[in-house]
Ligand binder design. Structure first.
Ligand code: CA2
Length: 149
């Protein structure tokens, strides 16, 4: 941990621990660890501190969003998984912190089933990056870096 560098928290929701093991046509072959290794390299280049987490539990994501607020994070990259489409608790948590949240998706939910077309995260997010596979995270981290003043 380097307190002199702006902090970006990368929060991943339910089932994203399964990345790389199934459904490669939709989500690609990279595991979450593969993505994390590349993000750490990118963060070092950008001079950012990363804190990358995954949970299958909604409340953990709510607590971690609060933590991002308390730590004064520069930004949160949030792939809330299927909770994107259901969780008012996560929407309220995003609204409750003074930290820009960048919504991230591997797939483009708008090209998929109707139930994925609603995003509660998008209602409070600074912006959304979706549909670029693992590169969505890279693009989102560049967007976070651009928020620095
Ligand atoms: O495209 C995305 O990043 C999603 O957030 C992924 C979620 C999905 O519910 C959202 O609609 C879009 C699902 C993550 C589950 O990932 C799996 C990976 C491999 C095998 C099974 C699930």
């Amino acid at each position: 941990m380097d307190a002199t560098k702006p902090l970006v928290m990368v929060l991943n929701g339910p089932n994203l621990n399964l990345l790389g093991s199934r459904e490669p046509a939709i989500y690609g072959r990279d595991t979450l660890d593969d993505i994390a290794v590349r993000l750490e390299e990118q963060a070092a280049t950008l001079g950012l501190e990363l804190d990358i987490r995954q949970s299958n539990h909604e409340g953990h994501l709510v607590d971690w969003l609060h933590e991002a607020g308390a730590r004064g994070a520069l930004a949160v990259l949030l792939n809330a998984g299927a909770l994107t489409h259901t969780s008012i608790a996560i929407l309220d948590a995003i609204k409750g912190i003074n930290v820009p949240v960048i919504e991230v998706h591997l797939s483009n939910p708008h090209t998929r089933e109707e139930f994925r077309h609603t995003s509660f995260v998008a209602r409070a997010a600074k912006g959304t990056i979706a549909g670029f596979g693992a590169a969505s995270y890279r693009l989102a981290l560049d967007a976070a870096a651009a928020l620095r003043q």
